[in-house]
Design a protein around this ligand. Structure first.
Ligand SMILES: Cc1cc2nc3c(=O)[nH]c(=O)nc-3n(C[C@H](O)[C@H](O)[C@H](O)COP(=O)(O)OP(=O)(O)OC[C@H]3O[C@@H](n4cnc5c(N)ncnc54)[C@H](O)[C@@H]3O)c2cc1C
Ligand code: FES
Length: 293
């Protein structure tokens, strides 16, 4: 059992919880995720680590309520317990294991959209702590859906750019319009990391790639086991079959088939769609998840 030491609603349908998980907190890195089970009978769902405190032995997760399991987790209060928190899972962000002197020579552009704001945070924080230069652009529908402004202001300062789709706060427009403005101002970026809804990542990547920036995106297909065994999170990257849970979730955006991934995600939602995928994807579908029997 994993004790929740803090629970708060960040906006109407997004909650954030800090949970005691010392082993995960000691080894996790930006870019990784955990699989959480609210109680003994609940579904296991993947959630990105949006902060960690190695000394306190805690990890922070940010949950958007979209279905039963996310709602159960979001409703937990301080002092409640989660049945399971498994991790850290997936590969850390690319820069974590690179030569730090080389990483410090690069300018990073982080782009977070909506809930994607949360997984961008540990990456930005890591860069700040390691003296890596960056700008960060956060986009949200309106002021009422904005999350983690205080944290980003503290870590990003003048390098934090905020935009709302409806113009209710700060800049008006999509993240891509801020990216274009920054690039047009003559700011140079070597790497862009974009995290958010698939459609936002597709267009953020298009903008960054058009400016010649190496771009990374974090893919979040449906996951079941999170260990590479079931095939649920299969993606095509550079013409090769990859599994987001073990090979990702971060991939080179220039190699990701966004349209294929979006189509597969919508097919995965129905029994008929899963049966079609099982027939089409052959051995690489694996079929060990029990969803398409
Ligand atoms: C690597 C990874 C990291 C993630 N990190 C976070 C995070 O930090 N915070 C967060 O809130 N969510 C995150 N997600 C998405 C989260 O796992 C899903 O929202 C969750 O599984 C939904 O479970 P549910 O039972 O509440 O909804 P369900 O009832 O299972 O689903 C409700 C609706 O959402 C769709 N859906 C289910 N899973 C996903 C998914 N993975 N992506 C998009 N739509 C989905 C379903 O098809 C359905 O239409 C992540 C997913 C992955 C793969
Ligand atoms: S969730 Fe990735 S293979 Fe099962």
């Amino acid at each position: 059992m994993f004790r929740i030491v803090k629970s708060e609603m960040l906006c109407e349908n997004i909650s954030q919880i800090v949970v005691e998980a010392p082993r995960i907190a000691h080894t996790c890195e930006p870019g990784q995720f955990v699989i959480v089970r609210a109680d003994e009978t609940a579904e296991r769902i993947p959630l990105t680590i949006s902060d960690y405190d190695r000394e306190a032995g805690t990890v922070t997760i940010t949950i958007q309520i979209i279905g039963l399991s996310s709602m159960k987790i979001a409703k937990f209060q301080t002092g409640d317990f989660l049945a399971d928190v498994t991790g850290p899972l997936g590969q850390p962000s690319e820069f974590v294991n690179e030569d730090i002197e080389e990483v410090r020579k690069r300018n990073y552009l982080f782009v977070g959209g909506g809930l994607g704001t949360a997984p961008v945070y540990p990456q930005v924080k890591w860069c700040k702590e390691h003296g890596v230069p960056f700008d960060v652009v956060i986009g949200t529908k309106s002021k009422s859906t904005l999350i983690m402004e205080k944290e980003f202001t503290e870590v990003g300062g003048e390098h934090y750019f905020l935009t709302t789709d409806d113009g209710s706060y700060k800049h008006k427009g999509m993240v891509t319009s801020v990216m274009e403005e920054l690039i047009a101002e003559g700011r140079h970026y070597d790497v862009c990391v974009a995290i958010g809804p698939m459609i936002m990542m597709k267009f953020a990547a298009k903008t960054a790639l058009a400016a010649g920036i190496h771009t990374i995106v974090s893919m979040n297909p449906i996951m079941v086991d999170g260990t590479g065994m079931c095939g649920a999170c299969r993606l095509m990257v550079g013409g090769e079959v990859k599994f987001a849970c073990v090979d990702g979730p971060e991939f080179d955006a220039s190699l990701v088939d966004f349209d294929g991934a979006m189509k597969r995600m919508s097919l995965y939602k129905t029994e008929e769609g899963r049966a079609y995928l099982a027939a089409k994807e052959g051995d690489t579908h694996k079929g060990n998840c029990g969803n398409c029997d």
